[in-house]
Design a binder for this molecule. Structure first.
Ligand SMILES: CC(C)(COP(=O)(O)OP(=O)(O)OC[C@H]1O[C@@H](n2cnc3c(N)ncnc32)[C@H](O)[C@@H]1OP(=O)(O)O)[C@@H](O)C(=O)NCCC(=O)NCCS
Length: 425
């Protein structure tokens, strides 16, 4: 294999190094392209652009492989706890028992948020989408910890910010729901583990005892692990590369997740299944709509930017979905419609030709629904899971001292022209 790529431009041949990753992925290093040739590359949507090298997550979209720090997602989802996976992503290795205990204790110490923040919630309308509330609240944390604005603070101080974020996101996420319900906030219970504590803050009421169902805790643990990282998170790395503080950076990541083509898809899936159900459950009709180019409707939860074979998380989640619903004794007509839809779509030429398979969001919404999580909270749940991945991406980027992210463009607008007085336009 050649370790240089040759590009001929205007009669001159230029050589660029080829970089090979540990899984034999190859890239042409064009970091000197503009300096040496005057050209830039054009890649809308970054489908062919590697923005960095990274040791965190390996993803092979053709083979349907996902590994965090080398460990297959299937093994982690089966055996690990969410905080163990968070530690792995952020610090690079699975923790020993002593390291995990220390990590948990430190996170448990920081679960409370400043009392003044409670007042912010009151200012939001009851119908506020919890993602809007969460992203603002996370950014607001920077105002309570102004020392986090210093990009040159010690590694220990940066680590404290990481633990604070991991500790406070579940509290703020649960409170964004309580606020929408106009229910009293439940303070965290530090003797509970991470997932149990979140469920307690979501569903308990001060007037009654609340027992968190271990089946629900286990299901949430699995879902959060499946969402914990997905290699490049360009928003977090780009915002972080400006040396914005970690709270602002994660808030940007939350905003980028919100859209229906990304993390918002799990909410869209359930809304779509409900619509199909209310419409009489004619799955073929909706598949036809998705194929019709004149119709903007897409099958939500189908297709993925990188998985062009199958999404390994979807396989795990489909099985988990069956298990959890049967353990909880739930018979959800949405699951039946989802299964029918999957079958029809997978046998259809349109979907086969375009490699459109169910993605992780297709089944996660059904599980969240079974756990009692309201639809508008689904994307918040995604954010809760993705937090360790965002932190790991930010930590790697800052430790590698990566330059500020600033893509180029090819300008296609007007060439110079003179200002025209308003009376003459
Ligand atoms: C995820 C997604 C944005 C990936 O987009 P992408 O890689 O840029 O792929 P494109 O949008 O270029 O789609 C390629 C082709 O498949 C079609 N397609 C993609 N997803 C489709 C879907 N869910 N339903 C129907 N058609 C779909 C497109 O219309 C396009 O068809 P064409 O080649 O005839 O024009 C896209 O598949 C999608 O919108 N899915 C639904 C939303 C979703 O579930 N998002 C969660 C992602 S985890």
């Amino acid at each position: 294999m050649s370790n240089v790529a040759k590009i001929e431009l205007d009669g001159t041949v230029y050589e660029f190094p080829v970089v090979v990753g540990s899984e034999n992925e190859k890239a042409i290093d064009i970091s000197k392209l503009r300096d040496t040739t005057g050209y830039v590359t054009l890649d809308t949507g970054y489908k062919n652009t590697g923005a960095t090298t990274s040791k965190i997550t390996f993803l092979d979209g053709e083979e349907g492989i996902l590994r965090y720090r080398g460990y297959p997602i299937e093994q982690l989802a089966e055996k690990a706890s969410f905080l163990e996976v968070a530690y792995l992503l952020i610090y690079g290795e699975l923790p020993t028992q002593a390291q995990l205990d220390e990590f948990k204790t430190s996170i448990q110490k920081h679960t409370l948020v400043h009392e003044d923040m409670k007042q912010f919630f009151e200012a939001y309308p009851a119908k506020a989408h919890p993602m809007g509330v969460l992203s603002s609240m996370i950014c607001s944390l920077s105002t309570f910890y102004p020392e986090s604005l210093d990009p040159n603070r010690s590694a220990e101080a940066k680590n404290l910010t990481i633990h604070r974020l991991l500790a406070k996101l579940p509290t703020l996420a649960a409170w964004s729901y309580k606020n929408a319900m106009r229910h009293p906030f439940m303070y965290p219970r530090n003797e509970f583990d991470y997932c149990k504590n979140f469920l307690y803050m979501m569903f308990a009421m001060p007037t009654e005892d609340y027992n968190v169902d271990p089946v629900v805790v286990e299901a949430l643990n699995k879902l959060l692990i499946l969402h914990a990282d997905h290699e490049q998170k360009s928003t977090v790395r780009i915002v972080g590369s400006s040396q914005a503080n970690l709270y602002a950076t994660i808030s940007a990541g939350i905003s980028a997740l919100w859209g229906p083509l990304h993390g918002g898809a799990n909410q869209e899936v359930i809304e779509m299944l409900e619509k199909i159900h209310q419409d009489g459950g004619d799955v073929d009709k909706w598949v036809a709509k998705a194929k019709d180019k004149e119709d903007p409707f897409r099958l939500m939860g189908f297709g993925h930017r990188v998985y062009k074979n199958f999404d390994p998380r979807a396989k795990i989640i489909k099985k988990a979905c069956d298990d959890i619903l049967s353990k909880l004794g739930i018979n959800d007509p949405m699951l039946e419609i989802a299964k029918k839809l999957e079958k029809v779509a997978l046998e259809d030429e349109y979907f086969k030709a375009r490699n459109l398979y169910p993605n992780v969001d297709f089944y996660s919404g059904i599980i969240y629904k079974a756990l009692g999580i309201p639809t508008e909270m689904f994307t918040v749940m995604f954010a809760l899971g993705r937090l360790p991945g965002w932190i790991a991406q930010w930590k790697e980027m800052t430790e590698n001292k990566e330059p500020i992210g600033r893509p180029r463009q090819i300008y296609t607008g007007e060439t110079p022209r003179d200002y025209v007085e308003i009376s003459k336009r």
